[in-house]
Design a protein around this ligand. Sequence first.
Ligand SMILES: [Zn+2]
Length: 262
Amino acid sequence: MAHNFIDAGVNLTSSQYDDKRSDIVARAKEAGVSNILLIGSNVSDSQASLTLAQEFNVVSTAGVHPHDAKEATDDFIPQIQQLLTQKEVVAIGECGLDFNRDFSPRAIQQSVFEQHLALAKITNMPVYLHERDAFSAMKAHLKNTSVKGVLHCFTGNREALEFYLDYGLYIGITGWVCDERRGAELQSLVPLIPDDKLLLETDAPYLLPRSLSPKPKSRRNEPMFIHEVANTVAKLRGQTIEHIANISVENFNRLFLAGKDR
Ligand SMILES: [Zn+2]
């Protein structure tokens, strides 16, 4: 019997999925993925993700990714707030800081991120956080407030993991963990995440798990491959895949759905 999984992060609006979205969701559901969180990365993308969430009976986020921060208009916060009134929109984000690629100037990333945090504080909704090579700045922003949420696609070091856990955040693990070379540090940290803080995500169409066999010819990741992330995480933690499936579903529901009328 297929386990019940939830994929806590999919970029379904990606052009890599053009004309294939209903097939991808259907295959995911067939593989036991009962819910999917669709990531919005700017205002119009968040609107598009919401429309897909409504079509496929899943959920979505609304926010501005640090890469897109430089394009945020002065009224982006009211626009996001408007999206949050929809029952499918369960988190604020993807938001945060990316000092690895620096697609937006750091000062703008920080100002846009700060406004997401303020919105999360007023609405008491969870944030969907992105942080790449920006741990100390992220830590400084978080310390100024108290929000709930998830550090999505965690790839940081032990110090970062310990801070995020102490802060109360959930930790999203992707197929990065299935890469025995660049994922080696993450593999050593996954057993340190408490059962009640673990979330699984594919970040599809990116991050096709390296250990997946056979691999699709397209090399495109899909939510149906969440089982490969779960399998790897289960082995690293010395737990069964059933247990990993169960706790990650419970955690998702507690963080994102408990406060929402669905
Ligand atoms: Zn991200």
